[in-house]
Design a protein around this ligand. Structure first.
Ligand SMILES: [Mg+2]
Length: 251
């Protein structure tokens, strides 16, 4: 008869696992860029140099995206460090717009501050607070994200003694290193850890390859045969039930 290994730890992806990310990303992307365009124009006017063409006219959002893609291709190690890519891309566009390098650097930094404020306006699913509060009594918890939400800027952060920003480690998922870093800091092993995430490529495959069990949050896929150790959930709220089924004793 197969024995179940009691889990010691749970690792969580953040975006689209603990909250829906799409709306926040759209608001963040358009919001900080519009803020930069307006604030820059006001600054130019105050200096008696009203622009003939505003920044966002000269470089619409698509140009910003193209600049990030170019930078990611030119600096492959930084490809997952979205905060760095964004700030560098803004600086380059601002210099191309005619700002000197000091002004470009400070405007890019100010726009990124605005970006981070908007980026953290996420609304965790209503069940998540009590879910993590309960799970945290039985398991060690870590977050592993490729995104640029700093979980410790959110109230939920108190549930995560370990938080891994994979992009800033220069090893975005599916790289194994952010998982290994989380396991090391949690003081546990893959076999005694379950990873929870929505991406097949970035969460399920790498965690499974390391020997972790995985809860795959995938509401849009009908039941299909999955390898042993991979469990599909419609929503993170179903996690306690899964742990009762596969978690063995809580350790
Ligand atoms: Mg995700």
């Amino acid at each position: 008869m197969p024995t179940t290994t009691p889990f010691q730890a749970l690792t969580f992806d953040l975006d689209d696992t603990l909250w829906d990310n799409h709306g926040v990303m759209v608001e963040t992307e358009t919001g900080h860029y519009a803020w930069l365009d307006e604030a820059l124009e006001a600054w130019q006017r105050n200096r008696g140099q009203p622009p003939a063409r505003r920044f966002a006219e000269r470089f619409p959002l698509e140009a910003f995206l193209d600049q990030r893609r170019e930078l990611a291709a030119a600096y492959p190690l930084r490809r997952g460090d979205f905060t760095w890519l964004r700030e560098q891309a803004l600086q380059r566009l601002l210099v191309a717009y005619g700002l000197d390098s000091d002004a470009a650097r400070s405007w890019a930094a100010a726009a990124m501050e605005r970006f981070m404020v908007l980026r953290h306006q996420v609304t965790p699913h209503s069940e998540v607070e009590s879910l993590l509060s309960t799970l945290g009594q039985h398991y060690r918890l870590a977050s592993i994200t490729n995104g640029n939400v700093d979980i410790h800027r959110l109230p939920l952060g108190r549930h995560f003694p370990v938080a891994i920003a994979a992009g800033e480690l220069l090893a975005p998922k599916p790289d194994a290193r952010p998982f290994l870093a989380a396991l090391a800091r949690l003081g546990t092993t893959p076999a005694r850890t379950l990873h929870v995430g929505d991406s097949w490529r970035e969460d399920v495959e790498p965690a499974h390859r390391l020997g972790m069990q995985v809860a795959w949050i995938s509401p849009h896929i009908d039941d299909m045969p999955l390898p042993a150790g991979i469990h599909r959930l419609n929503h993170v709220r179903e996690l306690p039930e899964l742990l009762r089924l596969v978690g063995g004793e809580q350790g």
